[in-house]
Write a protein that binds this ligand. Structure first.
Ligand SMILES: Cc1cc2nc3c(=O)[nH]c(=O)nc-3n(C[C@H](O)[C@H](O)[C@H](O)COP(=O)(O)OP(=O)(O)OC[C@H]3O[C@@H](n4cnc5c(N)ncnc54)[C@H](O)[C@@H]3O)c2cc1C
Length: 413
């Protein structure tokens, strides 16, 4: 057994883990960043880097650099309802010189970029191909983790604070007893890369097809005619209707009147692969004596859009604030670390709750169809949707979308 001693041990080097390290840049804390994979590595995802991710990347001084990676620029969203009616929000309609406010970047490249930036920091030691399999508990405190390296050797990493950033299948959350898979608050999704997709417009495409409501089929454009294509659905509905997601996706591509011509000459470049999304509509307790959970390990994914990168980055920022406070006080107990939960309550819960309410409304097919029928003729509604997508303060507008008076006025009067 080899022993390592750090101030902070971060389990998982995705956006949540690398983000936490990046936010601790000038902290002077000695950090171990562990991941079971060797980077670059793939992560099943839609690869959509949203406005929220962009905001945090700007704060970290990394936003402009992401456009040096292979990418498709993101100028907005193309949505359609179960009735096939389209709504296209493209920031270039208002301003032809608008810059992209997001991008589609393969996680193979994006995560490698974040990880390399974290790894280069003098206070970070990166350990690739180290798989964490247990927490070390002494009395009531978690004082470290046990990991196996690629040769099967066991290592003990001790630290004042452990960050569980190990994603949807988090070992850390599971050892803490909070990784409960509730089918009402979990989504399953599949995706594959295609080339030769016609009619893309440098905006992400979210199509609410009847078979997946309130989930959706997506086409997220990469370079040229390449795209990340996938579909996601609530576990509860998938089980109830015995849906095979990969089959459903292929059927939509081959048979759906809206997509079949666009995919007529397209070629699938990869296998169809799937993974799970723990939704923030039921987030977990994220703080324990000496431990914080960030990103998917804390179940922070947007319940409507399935976006989790932005919330993983945001939670990494809030975790870093909490870590600095704990080191200042030299107190790593739950009592101090609950500050992290308070920050999540303030900065994330209102949005998660609003998006959950919209998700519930979106599961009602006639209402969603009615929304798409009205949205193109009701200027106020259209402007509101645009603002929820392109503005800096999207929450203000998202909240309005669940305001009954606004909805009645715009949908029924
Ligand atoms: C099909 C699909 C489509 C999606 N599309 C989008 C999208 O377009 N936009 C968006 O914003 N979000 C999307 N999401 C959600 C997004 O992928 C996640 O929310 C995001 O990856 C969370 O980041 P994270 O750092 O918390 O976890 P992850 O990105 O999963 O990173 C966890 C890291 O921990 C490592 N790890 C795991 N276990 C261990 C262990 N035991 N020991 C050591 N290391 C370990 C893993 O190797 C990995 O590197 C999608 C998810 C799915 C499944």
């Amino acid at each position: 057994m080899q022993n390592h001693e750090y101030d902070v041990v971060i389990v998982g080097a995705g956006p949540g883990g690398s983000g936490t390290a990046l936010h601790l840049k000038d902290s002077g804390l000695k950090i171990a960043l562990l991941d079971k994979h060797k980077f670059p590595r793939d992560k099943t995802c839609g690869d959509g880097i949203s406005g929220k991710s962009s905001t945090i990347l700007k704060e970290l001084g990394l936003f402009d650099k992401i456009f040096e990676l292979p990418h498709g620029p993101g100028y907005g969203v193309w949505m359609s309802g179960p009735n096939g009616v389209d709504l296209i929000v493209d920031s270039r309609q208002e301003n032809p010189n608008a810059k992209p406010h997001g991008a589609v970047i393969r996680r193979y490249d994006f995560d490698n970029f974040l990880f390399n930036n974290a790894k280069q920091m003098p206070n970070v030691d990166a350990f690739e191909q180290y798989t964490v399999f247990d927490l070390i508990k002494e009395e009531n405190n978690y004082v470290g983790v046990l990991a196996k390296d690629k040769d099967g050797n066991t290592h003990e990493f001790r630290a004042k604070i452990i960050i569980g950033a190990d994603g949807a299948g988090s070992v850390v959350a599971s050892k803490l007893g909070v990784a409960i898979r509730d089918p009402d608050h979990y989504v399953s999704a599949v995706r594959a890369y295609y080339d030769g997709v016609e009619g893309m417009r440098e905006v992400i495409e979210i199509h609410f097809v009847e078979q997946a409501l309130p989930g959706y089929f997506w086409i997220f454009p990469l370079e040229g005619k390449k795209a990340n294509v996938g579909i996601g659905m609530l576990d509860r509905d998938m089980r109830k209707n015995k849906v095979n997601l990969a089959q459903l996706m292929e059927n939509l591509i081959m048979q759906h009147p809206k997509f079949k011509d666009r995919f007529a000459n397209a070629k699938r470049l990869t296998n169809i692969v799937g993974w799970t999304l723990p939704l923030g509509s039921k987030r977990r307790k994220p703080y324990f004596n000496h431990v914080l959970l960030v990103g998917d390990a804390a179940a922070l994914i947007d319940p409507l859009t399935g976006e989790g990168i932005g919330n993983a980055l945001l939670s990494s920022k809030l975790a870093a604030i909490t870590i600095k406070e704990a080191f200042q006080k030299n107190d790593f107990s739950e009592n101090t670390l609950k500050m992290y939960d308070q920050l999540l309550k303030k900065h994330l819960d209102p949005e998660l709750q609003t998006m959950y309410r919209i998700q519930r409304l979106g599961s009602v097919k006639w209402l969603l169809n009615h929304f798409f029928n009205r949205v193109n003729s009701k200027r106020e509604l259209r402007e509101l949707i645009t603002s929820t997508i392109v503005s800096e303060d999207t929450l203000k507008y998202k909240k309005k979308l669940t305001d009954p008076i606004f909805l009645i006025k715009n949908l029924f009067l």
